[in-house]
Design a protein around this ligand. Sequence first.
Ligand code: ATP
Length: 289
Amino acid sequence: MEQIREKAYAKLNISLDVTERRADGYHDMCMVMQTISICDELELELTDTGRVQVKSNFSFIPGDERNLAAKAALAFLEAAGKQGQGLLVTLNKSIPVGAGMAGGSADAAAVLRALNRLYGAPLSPEELETLAARVGSDVPFCVRGGTVLATGRGEKLESLPALPPCRFVVCKPDFSISTPELFRKLDQTGLRCHPDTAGIVAALQAGELEPIARRMYNVFEEVDDRRLRTVKEIKGVLLDCGALGAIMTGTGSAVFGVFRPDADCAPALAALRRDYGFCREAVGVERLL
Ligand code: ATP
């Protein structure tokens, strides 16, 4: 049976703003998002089982439709008129789970790109992004990749000039923070500060790294939660080791620092590895679709 491989790249939030709490309970967001080189590796194989199955090296993530990779596969097969086609998706995961790095959404997006390639591109890039929005709010961004301004629930995308060359150091502490819980706490405390998103977009257009790194801001860091103390500690280490800026990505718990492209990231990695399990270096990845 035919086999196809695809990479599922993680994302970082260069900024994250919550602009409004909508009547339907969802929040309007405004985020500058960046695809990075930390990735899961996927293998897809058409089978004659008549079912979509997902296997993974992380035993604790679901293998059924609760897995976004399976949800994406079913949505694609239906849209392409291939209902009932058997498929085995093997996930070799490196993106930490519950990190705010969109690991599940990246897997779903990789499945959509791979299946569209396998079937000879029955869906246009726009159709693929529309289908992706039905799978999850971050999936359209993960399908497209690169540097993007995302609004609405995260599904309205505007591609931006690529981030100037730089290095990232990403660190995830050994706990996760639940996304609904953080939104609830944000609604309780309200927001005093917002990121200068327009300033970040202008700096991207000018191709200047420092003004971008200086303006990086995530409103979720304001929430009253004792776990955010650890986030602040990690940010402190990154800044002490030469990062131009450091913030939490998404609803955490991963934190990252931006370094000049010629910077030595080894001291930051060594300092963080003493206390935290996941510490990796990464670079930006440009638009995928
Ligand atoms: P986001 O940045 O979108 O908030 P996250 O990094 O916080 O994402 P994920 O790693 O995507 O969170 O996964 C969160 C939950 O989604 C986990 O509880 C996990 O069981 C479930 N999940 C579903 N599909 C996947 C997948 N393919 N990979 C990882 N987790 C998945």
